[in-house]
Design a binder for this molecule. Sequence first.
Ligand SMILES: Nc1ncnc2c1ncn2[C@@H]1O[C@H](COP(=O)(O)OP(=O)(O)OP(=O)(O)O)[C@@H](O)[C@H]1O
Ligand SMILES: [Mg+2]
Length: 606
Amino acid sequence: MKLNEIKTDSAFDYAYLLKRIFPYIKPLMFRIIATFLLAIPLGLLDGVTAFALKPYIDVVVNGQTLDLHGYVLTRDFLAKIIPPGIVIFAGVQGILRYLNTYFSDWISLTIANNVKIDLYKKLIYLDSKFYDDNSSGLVLSRFLTDPEVASRVLINSIKTLITSFTSALGLIFVLLYNSWELAVVGVIVLVCAFVPMALLRKKIKQVSNKTTVVGGNIATAFNETHKGNKVISGYNLQEDMFSKVKNMIRETFTLQISLTKRTGWLSPIMYIIASIGIAVVMYVGNNLIVAGRLTTGSFASFITSLLLLYKPIKTLGNDLTNIQNIFVAINRVFDLFDFNTRIKDEGKRKLDFAPEKIEFKNINFAYDETKEILKNVSFEAKKGQTIAIVGNSGGGKSTIVNLLPRFYDVNEGGIYFDCVNIKDFDLNSLRDSISQVFQHNFLFSGTIKENILIGNKNASEEDLNKVLKAAHLDDFVNSLEDGINTLIAENGESLSGGQQQRIAIARAMIKNAPIVVLDEATSALDNKSEKIVQKALDNLMQDKTVFVIAHRLSTIFNADKIVVIDDGKIVETGTHEELINISEGKYKNLYNMQFKNQEEILEIAK
Ligand SMILES: Nc1ncnc2c1ncn2[C@@H]1O[C@H](COP(=O)(O)OP(=O)(O)OP(=O)(O)O)[C@@H](O)[C@H]1O
Ligand SMILES: [Mg+2]
C-alpha cells in the first residue's frame, strides 16, 4: 500500500499517461484548441516587424521603388504606413497575448482544480492502512504540487511550445526570404549555441531533484519543531534541532550554488556563440551586398530576425526539458488515483436495529504479512452487556475494536451481528451504529460545539445541553467566556487531557448509537478528573452494548464479561469473580500488577 518512489529518469509510457489525463482535458477540448490556435498568429507576428524592415530601409531610406506585381508602392506611402503599421501589429499581438494567457490560465486552473477535487475524494475514502503506510508530507506534496504541475505546466508548455515554434518558423521564413545562403549560416550557428544546454540538462535535473529531497526534509523538521515543541524544550533539544536544520539549509545552499556554478556560464557562452554567428553573418552579408546579391534592407531585416530568433529557440529548449517533469507529475498523480480502499462497501443490508448478539468468530488478523496480531479470537456480547477487554500493552486490544467499524478487515473469521457478517451491512449504516471514543481522540480546529455536533449534525439545542451535562462538561463550558462556541486550538492543545476526553465522550453520546466502543486512555488522570470522566463514561454506556478496553478498576468491576488478551490470543473470559479465582491465571496476575494498586489509591482517596 506504499506510494512508489517514481524515478525522474524512468522511461514513461507517454501514450498511457496522456490517456489517463485525457478525461480532464476532454470537456475543455474546444477551448484548448481555440487557445492553441490563438498561439499560432501570436508566434507568427514576431516575424512581421523584422519583415517590415526590408521595405522600410530599401524604399524609405534608400529611395528604391517597390513593385508588387504591377502595384508600385511609393516612398512617401510606405514612410507613412510602416511605422503606424508596426504599432498596430504590436497592439494586435498584445491583445492576442492577453487572451492567450487568460484562456490558458483558465483552462489549466480548471484542470488542476478538477484533478485535486477528484483526488481528495479518493483520499478521504481510503482506508486506515493507507494512512498508516504513507507519511502526511508525502501524501500532501502529491496532492498539492503534482496536479498543479500536471495541468498548469502541461498547458503552459504546450502553449509556449506552439508560440515559440510558430515564432521560429515565421522568423526563419523571413531569414529565407531575405537570403537563403545567410539563413543556412545563421541557423546552424544558433543551433550550435544550444548544444551546451542540452549537454547540461541531465546534470541540472539531478541537482534539482536533490534540492527537492532536502527541501522535503526541511519541511519535515519544521513540522516536528511545531508538533514536538514541548519535547524539544523539555529535553533541551534546541541546539540539536538547530544544528540539524542549519545543516540542511546549508546543504541546500551548497546544492544551489553548485548548480549556479555549472549553469551560470551557459548564458554567456550561448551569447558568445550567437555573436560569432552574427559576426559570420555580417561578414558573409557584406560580401553578398558588395556582389549585389543582397539589398541593405534585406540585410537589416535578416539581422533583426536572427536576433529575434534567439528567444523562441531558447524557450523551445526549456520546454522540451519541462516535458519530462510534467510526465513525472502526471505519473505521480495517477499513481495515487490507482489506490483503492481495501474496505469494500458491498453489503446491501441496512443496519437500522440494535443487534441482539454480537459475535467475534475465529478471527485472525495482521496489519501486514510480517506479523500476525490476532490469533483465533472468539467471544460474544449480548445486547446491553458491557464487555471489558484487558491485557498486556501491545497485545491487540485496540486492534480488536478497530475491526468493529471496519477500519481494517479481518484476514480470517468474521464479526457477526445477529448471525449476519458485518461485511453484508452497508458500511455507512454499520458505522452509524457505533459510537467511538478512541485511545487518542482527535479534535478538529473549530469550536467545542462543532466538535460535539460531529456526532449528530441534526441534534437540537436541548440534546446538546443534555449531553454537556451527562459528559460533565457543563461547568467547564459555562466558565468559558465564549461558552460552547469557544475555539479549540489545533489538536486540542488549549484543553486539558480530561477536557479533551470529555468532549470526545460528548461527541459519542450525542450520536446515540446502540453500540459503544471505548478505548480508555492509559494516561492517568488525577482522582477528581478520573471520577468525572468515569461518571461521563457511565452515562455514555447506559443501555448500550459496550466494548471497553479497560484500564480502570471500576470499569472491570462493572463489566458483564472480561476478555483477557495476551499477545493476540484470548486466554481467559469471565467475570471478575470467576477470573480472580483461577490460580496462576493471567487475569489474576494482571489484576495484581495493574488494577490492585488502583484499589489501594481509591481506598486512600476515600
Ligand atoms: N496501524 C498499525 N500498523 C501496524 N501495526 C500496528 C498498527 N497498530 C498497532 N500495530 C501493532 O499491533 C500490535 C497490537 O497493537 P494494539 O494497538 O492493538 O495494542 P493494545 O493492546 O491496544 O496496546 P495498548 O494497551 O498499549 O494500547 C502491536 O504490536 C502494534 O505494534
Ligand atoms: Mg491500545
